[in-house]
Ligand binder design. Sequence first.
Ligand code: CAA
Length: 380
Amino acid sequence: MDFSLSEEQLMIRDAARDFARTELLPGVIERDNLQKFPTEQVKKMGELGFLGMMVDPKYGGGGMDTQSYVLVMEELSKIDASCSVIVSVNNSLVCYGLEKYGSEEQKQKYLTKLTTGEKLGAFCLSEPEAGSDATSQKTTAIEDGDHYILNGTKNWITNGGSADYYLVIAQTHKEKKHKGINAFIVEKGWEGFEIGPKEDKLGIRGSDTHSLIFNDVRVPKENRIGEDGFGFSFAMKTLAGGRIGIAAQALGIAAGAYDMAREYSKVRKAFGTEICNHQAIAFKLADMHTSIEAARNLVYKAAWDKDQGNDYDMSGAMAKLYASQVAMDVSIEAVQVHGGNGYVKEYHVERLMRDAKITQIYEGTSEIQKIVISRGLLRD
Ligand code: CAA
């Protein structure tokens, strides 16, 4: 067993760490307060190659492994989880989905722009009545000559207002249930495609989340991804990798909160000494660090599985389930270590605590991860 990182992986991790400290940290509180999308920062992340990390260089990607991607997600999330979810959706849902299952024409037309940051992607599966129950798609895509006609509403879409290209899942043949679902590439600005109001969220407030409305949107047939009826499999297979990205985000949130609690405990004094000298605080740090290490091992193992070509449905689900719980627990404890200051925005940990919650909800709730894990355990 080799737990060491390669020179290249260390370099990319350090680049992400520097970027997060110099470019994300300065405006992070303001963006959270104002729900401001990090337009400039996303542009810079595109220039650094963070938006299409695992894609083949012939499509403008970085040709990196999943481990490198996870390291970048972890570092960005320590400082700004709003930025890291933008990276996660673009990399592991949109770019991965297109590279793995798209046609050569789709890759040339769309993927080459998504990897460089020239364009941003969104993944549109959730609906008012199809969150966890993702097979219950009400959005329809009905064939009409060379086109499909798209009608319906999508909810809670990350990058909803800021994306240029949207991967939209819709029902084509209702009678075939999940085998009649398709996935399409839809461009912003097409007639009948409306962006709904922005959600006012508890956390990751810098990322923009919208509902999307499709009213008789004409989608050319060449924009369907894969064979007719492949859409649900497409969504599930893509989300399996996405969950590794969100697990890394949760790990980063926990690690960021822990780092701040540790530093704070070394300078804040109570009862005549730095609070880290009180066992009540030192033991908290010990518990936080131990659970973060356990989460890190699960996240890196899932990334390793994907890089080795092993099945990663279960390891990704376990990593997300566990790391998101650790993100909640550690960020709450980090607020506690900070005492009154922990409840104040200036000290960052209250934001990390709010941001942590979404990692137990999106890309499959914790309950859905338990379905995936338990079904995997009981298969055959
Ligand atoms: N890979 C390939 N196929 C898969 C699969 C996978 N990982 N998981 C399921 N499938 C297939 C099954 O094999 C089955 O196909 P067959 O009938 O041909 O065998 C089909 O999908 C239906 O599967 P189930 O019968 O298991 O369906 P189900 O309804 O019982 O449960 C589920 C499926 C796992 C609960 C699924 O609905 C699910 O994952 N739900 C959560 C959805 C989710 O993660 N949403 C996140 C939204 S995206 C987001 O959050 C992005 C963002 O903006 C950050």
